[in-house]
Design a protein around this ligand. Structure first.
Ligand code: SF4
Ligand code: F3S
Ligand code: FES
Length: 247
């Protein structure tokens, strides 16, 4: 960049990364600092790529979409779960501390296996449409859905399974099988869907326990942190009210 008297010099960033490779018996968790020059519009995705390209090709982190859609770049950014591809360095101090999301299996450095956790939760909650027919008629036209209902389902479907709400949840730290806001949101989503033949009682059977809605202590870290701004506390309150009528 050409500097003029009115152009401030770019900041020097110090990016401190928690490094560890659990596959390597010699590895021990430690912080490593990388110095880079900030560029206009730089996100943590861009910064980490620059570090990998110019300083350490072994640095591990995950990105796919770079647009807040795939959910793979969740990490602790200055101690707070967030998406690295949606975080601008200009919004952070020059010292930036990055660590992997807690509670998920560590693959290495900033890369964690959220997919394994999400699959386990999805299997426990059966997060797929249960139709009445054993053999769905694939030639039948799909039933019409009111736009407002489709919109309400879509609103909950915006979850990208990034894992940030789990990393931010105190209950998830105490209960390994707690399904968290992401799981409770999924139950709310399938319950709304008229194609799912399960009764309210069947839905609430899945989450009417300490690993479901009774484990939630309304800490609301999930709602504070959700990068898709999902209405998680509203869903939790709704589920609680419904359960009061069922039990
Ligand atoms: Fe991420 Fe929000 Fe979905 Fe949790 S509910 S996994 S924070 S998008
Ligand atoms: Fe956890 Fe959110 Fe409940 S942070 S305790 S799931 S309100
Ligand atoms: Fe896809 Fe960040 S890279 S959400």
């Amino acid at each position: 960049m050409q500097l003029t008297e009115s152009t401030p010099a770019p900041r020097s960033l110090r990016i401190h990364v928690l490094r560890h490779n659990p596959q390597d018996p010699q590895s021990h968790p430690h912080m490593q600092t990388f110095n880079i020059e900030e560029a206009d519009g730089m996100t943590l995705f861009i910064a980490l790529n620059e570090i990998r390209e110019t300083q350490d090709p072994a640095l591990q982190f995950d990105f796919v979409c770079r647009a807040g859609i795939c959910g793979s770049c969740g990490m602790l950014i200055n101690g707070r779960p967030g998406l690295a591809c949606r975080t601008l360095t200009k919004d952070l101090d020059a010292d930036i501390y990055l660590a992997p999301l807690p509670l998920f299996e560590l693959i290495g450095d900033l890369s964690v296996d959220t997919g394994k956790w999400m699959r386990g939760m999805s299997e426990r909650l059966e997060t797929w449409i249960h139709t009445q027919q054993d053999e769905p008629d694939l030639d039948a036209l799909e039933a019409r859905m009111e736009p407002e209902l489709a919109q309400n389902i879509y609103e909950l479907e915006r979850c990208i399974e990034c894992g940030c709400c789990i990393a931010a949840c105190g209950t998830a730290r105490m209960r390994e099988e707690f399904v968290g806001a992401v799981g409770l949101n999924k139950i709310a989503r399938f319950r709304l869907d008229p194609r799912d033949a399960r009764s309210d009682a069947a839905f609430y059977e899945l989450i009417g326990n300490e690993n479901g809605v009774f484990g939630c202590m309304s800490l609301l870290g999930c709602e504070d942190i959700c990068p898709k701004d999902l209405p998680l506390s509203t869903q939790l309150a709704f589920i609680r009210r419904k359960m009061a009528f069922i039990h």
